[in-house]
Design a protein around this ligand. Sequence first.
Ligand SMILES: [Cu+2]
Length: 241
Amino acid sequence: MTKIMKVLATAATLVSAVAFGQSYTTSAVANGGTVSGKVTFQGTPPQLAPEKRNKDPKVCGTTGPNQTLIVGAGNGIKNVIVYLKDIKSGKKMELKPATLDQKKCSYDPHVQAVPVGTTMTVVNSDTVLHNVHASLGASTVFNYAMPIHNQKIPKKLVKAGFVKIKCDVHGWMNGAIGVMPNPYFAVTGDDGSFAISDVPAGSYTVEAWQETLGTKTQQVNVSGGGTATADFQFSKGSASL
Ligand SMILES: [Cu+2]
């Protein structure tokens, strides 16, 4: 190998390491702690109009729930992705198969979070054409026309970030995939609560991401075997709801 080839090979390794989120390394976690909390909406949550569906009514129906902000009991917000933004080392990244289904002209699940490097199988459970279009900022992650019932397309997600999903056929269809740079993440449940476990003792930035309300961050100090609380409050703010 010539010197220039070695330099290029090293550069390529570095680039792929960043793309695959490998700046995170696995290390043994002894007596890890937990970061837990609740994400809530401050004030009166907006009443979102149901989706108007104007295409393929036999499969899609004519209306559906707007899932872009789901506020439940105690103003808890569902489907918020919470993660430790700056953790560099800790428990193993478990890569499991994941699925994004197109079912009755909605994405199922509407929001999910997976570690970077996960293979996402995109499924069309409907008998109509969907064109699923996933983007990370201005870049396209995938863009598949899926005309066949039960068609499945696997796609490895190699870049961390919050991926937005839209259908180019049915304008109301939307969803999101959090492609996470480390295994310390959770998606809030119906009551807005979350818990992230096996966290090495230390100080971390916790970020909460909501698909229309954006992000909030705060610092936490995790002690060995202890629980650190990170509650987040979102309000309507400048979001276009
Ligand atoms: Cu569609």
